[in-house]
Design a protein around this ligand. Structure first.
Ligand SMILES: [Zn+2]
Ligand SMILES: [Zn+2]
Length: 169
């Protein structure tokens, strides 16, 4: 893996907006939420923002617009199931994720990911937890057989199989 460029670093540190490439503004979150949860980096034009680590000006990752915020939440929700359940420790789950995504450990943080990588987190964790299934008309469940960037192939013990485009998950 190459070292990140200065520009990429500015993005994952919240200093540059990944959408318009403009400089972000450090504001108090009271301006967004009506009460203060600390500081945040904001791009007003893109309606994209990211919070900071408590009591610091250090961004939690890159700025996120509405779509990315949705995917970050989904990725977090899946990932939390992993370390709260099977893996026990959060750091262990992050190491697993880092290997899975082939992203260096220091950059393996959901807050640094774009939509595509968040989707991969959802998929990989679901696979790992084996919770990737769709109810079949026979009453059993179709299990995930393999996944591609474009979609997923499911099959059931009854012989029924199904192709699901990626947007559905
Ligand atoms: Zn912007
Ligand atoms: Zn079936």
């Amino acid at each position: 893996m190459k070292k990140l460029t200065r520009f990429q670093l500015r993005i994952i540190r919240g200093k540059t907006c990944p959408y318009c490439k403009g400089k972000t503004e450090l504001i108090d979150s009271v301006k967004v939420y009506g009460r203060s949860y600390g500081m945040m980096y904001m791009c007003w034009g893109c309606k994209a923002y990211v919070g900071t680590h408590k009591g610091t000006k250090n961004a939690l990752g890159r700025l996120a617009n509405k779509e990315l915020r949705k995917w970050k939440n989904r990725a977090h929700a899946e990932f939390d199931k992993l370390w709260e359940g099977k893996m026990g420790k959060r750091s262990k789950a992050y190491r697993w994720l880092s290997n899975k995504l082939k992203i260096p450990h220091i950059y393996t943080h959901i807050g640094m990911f774009g939509v595509k990588t968040c989707k991969r987190v959802v998929i990989e964790v679901k696979k790992k937890l084996n919770t990737f299934h769709i109810d079949c008309s026979c009453g059993d469940q179709r299990k995930l057989i393999y996944s591609r960037p474009e979609g997923f192939h499911y099959a059931c013990n009854c012989g029924s199989s199904m192709w699901v485009p990626n947007q559905i998950i």
